[in-house]
Ligand binder design. Structure first.
Ligand code: IPM
Ligand code: MG
Length: 389
C-alpha cells in the first residue's frame, strides 16, 4: 500500500462516517408513524419487478384489488401501477431505482412489490445495487417483519429484521485500498437499533408473546453487535412481562432445527444480515421461501414483498407461468393488516391456509406437473369469495 492509497481510503472512510452520521441525525428527527385512518385516501403502488415478479404480483394484486373494491369505489383507496422497476430500466440508467420510479414510489403510501433481480459483482450485467436494498434505504423502511407459522409443530415465529443498517448500510461502498486489501463496513446507530427493538417488543406485548430473543454475534463483532444487543436489552427492560433472551447467530441456526427447543422462540430481533440469512432457513420449515411474505415498515412508507428473489432460472427454462404466488399473497395479508383492514387480512389468511395447507385442490410445483400461477390465483379468488358469503 502506498501513502497515496492510504489517503484515498481514509478519505472514502471519512465520507462514509459523515454520511452515516447524517443518517443517524435524520432518524432522530423523524416524527410519529403515519396514521392511515387520518388520510383522505391511501395510495397503493403495485410494482411487478423482474423474472417471475410480474407473474406472481399480478395474482396478488388481483386479489387485493378485489378485496378493496369498495374502498376504491368510495375513493378511500387508489391503486397505481408502477412499471419502471425492471432490470433493463435500472441498468439503462445505471441506478438501483431510476429517479422517475422513485418519485412514483414516494407518491404512494404503501407498495406491493414483486422481486427484482440484483446483478452480482463481476457478472456480465452492470453492477448496480439491489433495488430492494435501495428502496428500503430511500423510503427508510427500517423493519423487515417476517412471520413463519407451522401450527401442527407449534411453531409461531415473527422475525424483526433491522432493515437499513448493519452490513447493508454501506454494503455497496466497501473500499479496495489496493489490490491486496479490501474493507466492508457494518454500521449500527442508537436510534436505528432502538426503533427496531421497540417495534418488536410492542408487537410482542400487543400479541401476548411471552418471549423476545435478541440475535447477535457480540462475542466477535463486538462493537456494532455489542451496541445492538445492549440497546435491545435496555428496551426490553421496559417490558417486564416479556422474557428477553439472547442468542448468538450460529447457535440460533442450530436451535431452529432442534424440534424440542424451537417452539420456545416467539419473536426475534436481528441485525440485518443475520435476519436475511435466518429468515430463509425459517421459511424452509414452512414449505420454502415461496410460502413466506414480508413487510418492510417505516414511519412514512411501507412495502410488502416476497422473501425470495426473481427466479431468473425459472424464466430461462420457460417455467415462469408455474411460479408460486403464495409469498406475495402472504405479503398481501400483511399489507391489509398494516393499513387497518384486519378483517380482510384475516379472511385472506384463512383462504390461503385453506388453499395452501388444508384443502390443497391445486398444488404448485414450479413445473408443468403442477398448477399454474394463474390457476392458483383463481383458486384463491374463489376461496375468498366463498368465505365472504
Ligand atoms: C431479502 C433478499 C435481499 C436481501 C436481496 C435480494 C438483496 O435476500 O429480501 O431477504 O438480502 O435483503
Ligand atoms: Mg434474503
Amino acid at each position: 500500500m502506498t501513502e497515496e492509497q492510504l489517503q484515498v481510503a481514509l478519505k472514502k472512510f471519512e465520507g462514509l462516517v459523515r454520511e452515516q452520521s447524517e443518517r443517524s441525525d435524520r432518524i432522530k428527527a423523524q416524527k410519529e408513524f403515519i396514521d392511515y385512518d387520518a388520510l383522505d385516501k391511501i395510495i397503493i403502488g403495485v410494482c411487478g419487478g423482474d423474472g417471475i415478479g410480474p407473474i406472481i404480483t399480478k395474482e396478488s394484486a388481483r386479489v387485493l384489488k378485489f378485496m378493496l373494491a369498495d374502498e376504491v369505489a368510495a375513493g378511500k383507496v387508489e391503486f397505481r401501477d408502477i412499471d419502471g422497476l425492471t432490470l433493463e430500466n435500472r441498468v439503462a440508467c445505471g441506478k438501483a431505482i431510476p429517479d422517475d420510479v422513485l418519485e412514483e414510489l414516494k407518491a404512494c403510501h404503501v407498495i406491493l412489490k414483486g422481486p427484482t433481480t440484483t446483478p452480482q459483482a463481476g457478472g456480465p450485467v452492470k453492477n448496480i445495487e439491489s433495488a430492494n436494498v435501495a428502496m428500503r434505504r430511500a423510503l427508510d423502511l427500517f423493519a423487515n417483519v417476517r412471520p413463519v407459522k407451522i401450527k401442527e409443530q407449534g411453531i409461531d415465529w415473527t422475525f424483526f429484521r433491522e432493515n437499513t443498517e448493519g452490513a447493508y448500510a454501506v454494503g455497496s461502498k466497501g473500499i479496495h485500498v489496493d489490490d491486496d486489501l479490501a474493507f466492508d463496513f457494518v454500521v449500527a446507530t442508537s436510534e436505528g437499533t432502538e426503533r427496531i427493538a421497540r417495534m418488536a417488543y410492542d408487537y410482542a406485548k400487543r400479541n401476548g408473546k411471552e418471549r423476545v430473543s435478541i440475535i447477535n454475534k457480540a462475542n466477535v463483532i463486538k462493537t456494532t453487535d455489542g451496541k445492538f444487543l445492549n440497546i435491545c436489552k435496555k428496551v426490553g427492560e421496559e417490558y417486564p412481562e416479556i422474557t428477553t433472551d439472547e442468542w448468538y447467530i450460529d447457535i440460533t441456526t442450530a436451535k431452529l432445527i432442534d424440534e424440542k427447543r424451537r417452539r420456545d422462540f416467539k419473536v426475534f430481533i436481528l441485525p440485518n444480515l443475520y435476519g436475511d440469512i435466518i429468515t430463509d432457513e425459517a421459511a424452509e420449515f414452512q414449505g420454502g421461501v415461496g410460502t413466506a411474505g414480508s413487510a418492510n415498515l417505516g414511519k412514512r412508507y411501507a412495502m410488502f414483498e416476497a422473501i425470495h428473489g426473481s427466479a431468473p432460472r425459472m424464466i430461462q427454462e420457460g417455467r415462469g407461468d408455474y411460479a408460486d404466488p403464495c409469498s406475495m399473497l402472504r405479503a398481501t395479508v400483511m399489507l391489509l393488516s398494516h393499513i387497518g383492514k384486519q378483517e380482510k387480512a384475516d379472511l385472506l389468511e384463512r383462504a390461503l391456509d385453506i388453499c395452501m395447507l388444508e384443502e390443497k385442490k391445486y398444488q404448485i410445483t414450479g413445473r408443468p406437473d403442477g398448477a399454474t400461477c394463474q390457476q392458483f390465483g383463481d383458486y384463491v379468488m374463489e376461496t375468498v369469495k366463498s368465505l365472504m358469503k
